[in-house]
Design a protein around this ligand. Sequence first.
Ligand code: ADP
Ligand code: MG
Length: 250
Amino acid sequence: MSTIVEMTGVNKFYGSLQVLKDVDLSVEKGEVMVVIGPSGSGKSTLIRCVNGLEVYQQGEITVDGYQMPREEDRKIGGEKELAAIRKGVGMVFQQFNLFPHKTVLENISLAPMRVRRKSKAEAEANALRLLDRVGLKAHAAKYPAQLSGGQQQRVAIARALAMEPHIMLFDEPTSALDPEMVGEVLDVMRELAAEGMTMMIVTHEMGFAREVADRVVYIDQGAILEVAKPAQIFDAPQNERTRTFLSRVL
Ligand code: ADP
Ligand code: MG
């Protein structure tokens, strides 16, 4: 197997507050890694470091074989690596972040045209194919506000996929949704996992995590306390704090 993400001794600070502590973590090609932990434990920070939305100060992060520049390197030529990494990393946020004044089709086809230099015809044909895949082909001409939250999130997934990412990052993709819409988004993610997409997913959907994850990471106060297969984490957690956390959420 080849490694897509490798984090070694990663430390990240906001001023004097340390939010990632000596993080070692690797994600293999085709692996689904689910990140769980209490609010404020550093889950978002961890996955945002993988596409450079957050800077880190110490340690090493490699993605797709490129070294993610540390904060100090961002100013001195790290932009090329950062751009190369971002091309291969798709991200889906809790708040779908679609462009409100663009149609669904435009939301999906714009970046492939601008960044990947695809023709409009090719980008739109690919967007329609992706919309079909997430069950929304009939909504191509609509604007985001005309869609439900679950539909908007599926568009956001299609938009990320349009860039042909090597890994997809999801930061609580269903947390902003009404309960009845959670399932349709998890279904799309399930399919992606089954197709072999490499994924890092922050979620509170423990049933989904148990079913889809190859490995689950438990993070607490910025430190990874446990990484294991879902059956191990959920049925026989080794760490006291993992146990306490799970007893509250399960
Ligand atoms: P989680 O996603 O697990 O809820 P976060 O990664 O968002 O946790 O946050 C980890 C810690 O970093 C928290 O203590 C949070 O308050 C702090 N934090 C997050 N973003 C910032 C920021 N922009 N400036 C200062 N502190 C932040
Ligand atoms: Mg978060």
